[in-house]
Unconditional design. Structure first.
Length: 100
């Protein structure tokens, strides 16, 4: 997946600062994005283990559990592993049979 950043206008220094910060920080994905990519909780736990970072949940800031974030590099390495490919293949067959 290619990551693209919108170019901020020169008139908006806040957007320019955010873009610079995003470009220099390592890319991390929350579990919700992993699930959209087809991961299950068990796959995340087994193949990735502990998260690389956590952040307060933006949707439930006061009493929500922190978001678990995993580095994009670790995710890419896990998705290229034979264990992930075998597990994902079995999962896809189950989903096809279940009609999902």
């Amino acid at each position: 997946m290619a990551q693209t950043l919108e170019r901020p206008s020169a008139a908006d220094p806040v957007q320019a600062a955010k873009a610079r910060q995003a470009a220099t920080q390592p890319r991390r994905l929350p579990v919700s994005d992993l699930k959209r990519r087809g991961w299950t909780e068990a796959m995340v736990s087994r193949l990735l283990g502990k998260p690389d970072a956590s952040e307060p949940n933006p949707y439930f800031p006061r009493d929500g559990a922190p978001m678990k974030l995993y580095s994009f590099e670790r995710i890419a390495m896990a998705e290229a592993s034979p264990e992930f490919l075998a597990w994902y293949g079995r999962l896809e067959r189950k989903r096809r049979v279940a009609g999902r």
